[in-house]
Design a protein around this ligand. Structure first.
Ligand SMILES: Cc1cc2nc3c(=O)[nH]c(=O)nc-3n(C[C@H](O)[C@H](O)[C@H](O)COP(=O)(O)OP(=O)(O)OC[C@H]3O[C@@H](n4cnc5c(N)ncnc54)[C@H](O)[C@@H]3O)c2cc1C
Length: 405
């Protein structure tokens, strides 16, 4: 068990020149395209289609294409991918979190391939992201109708038949699953084996027996599609089992899934911070305009105090994300830090959107103010990549060393 009283790392706060350049690019894309597109998708109540010219434009800028499968940190000193990831994720979500998730690239499918894949598999599955012609997507399918938080309960079955694995089962809420070139699908070779039985397969679009059942009708984050997928005697080449059979000794499949979450949770948390910041900006702007002409009343002071509280919470949340990402970059364990960020940030982002609704009052409830959209968008941040309750259980387990808390 880690010693809580021994500090192991500090965070360096400087942002390197390349990340600064990318941040500027995201800020421009966000203002010009991401926010307007997110509003349009929300009003039409339809995800942005995969052939929308915006995706080709960002693809041409290199978004989703850079460096997949290449060794990180070679030319730039220490690894920076996780820290760069959280900073950019926050900025993208500030403009529109739904559009941010819809961007091309391997998405949540990248971490399991990076963690479990062989060099040949990394090369094979990431090579589509070098295509200069058109954007490509990857996806990650763990959740099932009967297995969300309890990932150990997945029932999608994998059975070996010669040079193939045959998959049978259903997955839900797979982000970008309908447009993905491939989906990392988690299945079990035998539910009785529990976590021991988990395997990760890369299922390519067009594989017979694999189909998209429907696109979920979500309350927020409409810009990207969440797909329900069906696998009916879906024959996947044995070469698509991530890492090969030998990689799954001692619950390595399950551990791989959990490590994937340690990599992605700080990013989701940072996205929540982005939404919180957008809501706080809008509320502050409203207060600045509405109260400019007035003598400071008690109501004014109370609102100002709430805004300052929120600003402090946002700063704390951001630093939790940076710390979790820093540890990931230093290749140190970050399970507690990733869960702390994920438990805290969506919660304060919900508070921030709620506060913005309160400050703008009746105007906040109208579509034009955008606050009601962020209010709907933000709820899912507490659900995806493990709910707030699950994160608190993980932290409690790390704190106490007790398995059942
Ligand atoms: C917008 C969106 C995008 C998503 N994208 C993806 C994706 O790309 N790929 C993918 O695989 N999945 C995805 N998901 C699914 C997501 O990971 C699950 O919804 C999440 O893990 C929760 O599972 P569940 O909805 O089945 O809730 P459940 O597990 O049924 O939980 C219901 C409630 O009970 C609580 N709870 C459950 N167990 C415990 C416990 N032991 N202790 C305390 N409280 C508990 C939960 O916190 C929750 O509040 C997405 C979901 C959404 C909403």
């Amino acid at each position: 068990m880690p010693d809580r009283n021994r500090l192991t790392a500090m965070v360096h706060f400087e942002i390197d020149p390349e990340t600064t350049r990318l941040l500027e690019m995201v800020r421009w894309l966000g203002r010009e395209y991401m926010r307007p597109l997110g509003i349009e998708a929300d009003r039409k109540h339809q995800p942005i289609p995969a052939d929308h010219p915006f995706y080709k434009q960002v693809w041409d800028l290199g978004i989703g294409r850079r460096g997949w499968g290449e060794e990180q940190g070679s030319s730039e000193g220490p690894h920076r991918a996780a820290r760069r990831g959280v900073v950019l994720a926050e900025e993208m979500a500030y403009w529109d979190r739904g559009v941010a998730v819809s961007l091309p690239g391997p998405g949540l499918g990248a971490p399991p391939i990076l963690l479990l894949g062989t060099p040949e598999q990394k090369q094979r599955f990431f090579s589509v992201f070098n295509d200069p012609e058109r954007p490509h997507w990857g996806a990650f399918a763990m959740t099932e109708p009967g297995a969300g938080s309890d990932v150990a309960a997945i029932r999608t079955r994998a059975r070996r038949e010669g040079d193939y694995w045959v998959l049978t089962g259903e997955k839900m809420f797979c982000s970008n699953g309908a447009r993905a070139d491939w989906v990392v699908v988690w299945a079990t070779i035998d539910p009785a084996l529990g976590r021991e039985g988990h395997r990760a397969f890369v299922v390519e679009r067009g594989t017979p027996g694999f189909r998209v059942e429907r696109i979920e009708d979500k309350m927020g984050l409409v810009a990207y599609e969440s797909a329900a997928l069906v696998f009916e005697d879906c024959r996947v080449p044995a070469a698509n089992l991530l890492g090969g059979e030998e990689a799954y000794r001692e619950r390595a499949g399950f551990k791989g899934a959990m490590q994937s979450f340690n990599a992605t949770r700080p990013m989701v948390a940072a996205m929540a911070i982005g939404i919180a910041r957008a809501a706080l900006d809008r509320a502050t702007e409203f207060v600045r305009t509405a109260y400019r002409q007035m003598a400071p009343t008690a109501r004014y002071r109370r609102i100002l105090d709430k805004l300052l509280w929120m600003e402090r919470k946002i700063a704390c949340g951001r630093w939790l994300c940076w710390r979790a990402a820093y540890l990931a970059d230093m290749q140190q364990p970050n399970i507690t830090e990733a869960s702390m960020a994920k438990a805290y940030c969506p919660q304060i982002a919900q508070e921030a959107t709620s506060l913005a609704m309160e400050v703008l009052s009746d105007l906040g409830a109208t579509k034009d103010a955008l606050v009601e959209k962020w209010f709907r968008d933000v709820k899912a941040m507490d659900i995806v990549e493990g709910t707030g309750q699950i994160q608190r259980r993980i932290i409690a387990r790390q704190l106490t060393g007790l398995a059942e808390v």
